[in-house]
Design a binder for this molecule. Structure first.
Ligand code: GDP
Length: 597
């Protein structure tokens, strides 16, 4: 097929604006899949994605569209993950396209993710076609949408296509716009073979299956490919396209989007954003935009039952095969036993992995507080990266600790402005800009420490704005902060699972919360036990565990010695299941209860 008759595009949208529904309509209209297959496919989708209304990973699909100009076009619809944690993956999917449909819910208007995605698309030089969707809704507000398009995104409103994925309005207009407005595949005249890897999945039988967009040249089974970031070579066993099921083809040529099966067995070897070339006559210059992605958020994951350790290890290993962005290594904790230190792209990524361990691998786990990666500067030494508070060196040796910050765009109703500004201040953020979106909405641009948004920022944003607020962010610089390690001591013994790195001013408040919670959860003890929060030897908060009213042996004082021994033995047995912190026995679920909230 002539490359001028190929169009590669994607749909970008805020969650729930109707991307899935509209994609299905396009597939149906081009008879790529029937309604029956679509329903079946939906039932297959990962539970977690459906519940959270996000797409984590999904296939591209090739459609053939008979356009009004009499030509049959090959349209590749790429999917983009729907969450900020995966913004690098989004940028690579966009880089594999020449155009994007920018979907806006007619009743909701432009939201934070719409803006963030639109900017990513502009940055990739894509032709952006605005689509106002769900116009069948009685609450559709076209004036609001067109004004926002012009004011916020600088897109001329007359370009917008009015559509409804539900009732099928505008589907032909969209397909015609893709054919007429999206440019044909770029860079196809480059003298060497270059293909962009935008995803890869692991198959137990076939190894790693790379999803790639070929820009120039071609890839065929029986030849050798070369990955340009590492110069790794591998034999190509099969190439194919998604129709949407994987369908073997003799070759992938310039402009094509498809999959490549090679002899590579580890997903970590084929990185998203890498360029595939041929081993014979390789290209010398990679496609632009390759970046090593690094995990930003870390936490410890431990089996609830220590006998599940091997099962947990196997589960993490399997998840890792499919997700090169997830990393882990073994660690142990005094309080929680043997487990793993795990790294994630962001909080959502962390929650997804934890949920999958529980649901798909059936292992009950407990995780420690999430931590970001701190840069620690010590006199005369190399910078140290610390993702586990326990590893922070002696404070006396530290010159400076820097923490990662984010640039956030927060879209909120005017009426919530005061409360959101207080929230940003409370989280040590600064408001750099306030833009009016329309008569009822504003956008705040803020700088915030990443650490501060890890736990409850999004939940509080949603609750203050009654669900009408939305946020998107990108990583900013590392900035120095007055950061300290806070330890929790039970009866004078530090408990590693509760150590955290906090801003000095926040230590007393956070320490108090933790001490109260722990003192409440630890069962009454025979003697007075203090729970303390300490920063560099200073106690910043404390509480006491309740003292047991009666000594179990008190009654037998001077009495029957065998009865006394019996009672003590019984107590000892009970203790076996407990975690021993110095002289204090703590039921393991106390840790869980405290770490849970
Ligand atoms: P996604 O999160 O962007 O993939 O959105 P979905 O396609 O899953 O749609 C989100 C919700 O909006 C679902 O409840 C859909 O039934 C509904 N929806 C999608 N498109 C339309 C539309 O054109 N009109 C109306 N009224 N509802 C729609």
């Amino acid at each position: 097929m002539d490359v001028s008759l190929t169009r590669n595009f994607c749909i970008i949208a805020h969650v729930d604006h109707g991307k899935t529904t509209l994609s299905d309509r396009l597939l149906e209209h081009t008879r790529t899949v029937t309604q029956r297959v679509l329903t079946a496919q939906h039932l297959d989708a990962m539970d977690l994605e459906r519940e959270r209304g996000i797409t984590i990973k999904s296939h591209p699909v090739m459609m053939v569209y008979n356009a009004q100009d009499g030509h049959a076009y090959k349209l590749n619809l790429m999917d983009t993950p729907g969450h900020v944690d995966f913004s690098y993956e989004v940028s690579r999917s966009l880089a594999a396209c020449e155009g994007a449909l920018l979907l806006i819910d007619a009743a909701q208007g432009v939201e934070a993710q719409t803006v963030a995605n639109a900017h990513l698309a502009f940055a990739q030089g894509l032709k952006v076609i605005p689509v106002i969707n769900k116009i069948d809704l009685p609450s559709a507000d076209l004036d609001m949408c067109t004004t926002q398009l012009e004011d916020i995104l600088m897109i001329p409103a007359e370009d917008a296509i009015l559509a409804s994925g539900k009732s099928g309005i505008g589907i032909v207009d969209i397909l015609e716009a893709v054919v007429k407005q999206v440019p044909p595949p770029r860079w196809h005249n480059h003298p060497h073979t270059r293909a962009l890897v935008f995803d890869s999945i692991y198959d137990a039988y076939r190894g790693v299956i790379a999803h790639a967009r070929v820009f120039s040249g071609s890839l065929k089974a029986g030849t050798q490919l070369q990955l340009m970031s590492t110069n790794t070579k591998s034999d190509i066993k099969e190439v194919g396209i998604f129709t949407p099921k994987m369908t073997k083809v003799p070759e992938l040529a310039a402009g094509d989007v498809g999959y490549i099966v090679s002899t590579i067995k580890d997903t970590a070897e084929i990185k998203t954003g890498d360029t595939i070339t041929t081993a014979i006559r390789p290209a010398t210059e990679m496609l632009p935009g390759y970046k090593e992605v690094r995990p930003m958020v870390f936490c410890g994951i431990y089996p609830l039952e220590s006998s599940d350790y091997e099962k947990l290890k196997a589960a993490l290993g399997r998840l890792r095969l499919n997700d090169a962005a997830f990393v882990y290594q073994s660690e142990s904790s005094l309080a929680l036993g043997f487990g793993f230190r795990c790294g994630f792209l962001g909080l959502l990524h962390m929650e997804i992995i934890q949920e999958r361990v529980r649901r798909e691998h059936d292992v009950e786990i407990i995780s420690t507080y999430p931590s970001v990666v701190y840069h620690v500067y010590q006199h005369g030494k190399d910078m140290l990266q610390v993702d586990n508070p326990v590893m922070l060196p002696d404070p006396g040796t530290i010159d400076e600790i820097r923490e990662p910050t984010i640039q956030a765009a927060i879209h909120i109703p005017n009426t919530s402005m005061g409360d959101i500004m207080s929230l940003v201040m409370e989280k040590r953020g600064t408001i750099d800009n306030t833009d009016t979106l329309d008569a009822t909405r504003v956008m705040l641009t803020c700088t915030l420490p990443l650490n501060e948004i890890l736990v409850d920022f999004n939940d509080r944003l949603k609750s203050i704005t009654r669900g009408y607020g939305s946020m998107d962010y990108e990583l900013g610089e590392y900035k120095a902060g007055d950061l300290v390690k806070m330890e929790i001591l039970i009866n004078g013994e530090p408990v590693d699972a509760f150590s955290s790195i906090v801003h000095r001013e926040k230590a007393p408040g956070k320490g108090k919360d933790l001490c109260e919670k722990l003192a409440d959860i630890i069962p009454p003890q025979m003697f007075k036990v203090a729970v303390q929060a300490a920063v560099g030897g200073n106690i910043v908060a404390r509480d006491n565990v309740r003292v047991m009213r009666k000594d179990v042996t008190a009654k037998c004082y001077g009495g029957d010695i065998s009865r006394k021994r019996k009672l003590l033995d019984k107590q000892k047995e009970g203790k076996k299941k407990m975690k021993q912190i110095g002289r204090v026995s703590i039921p393991p679920d106390a840790f869980i209860q405290v770490l849970k909230n």
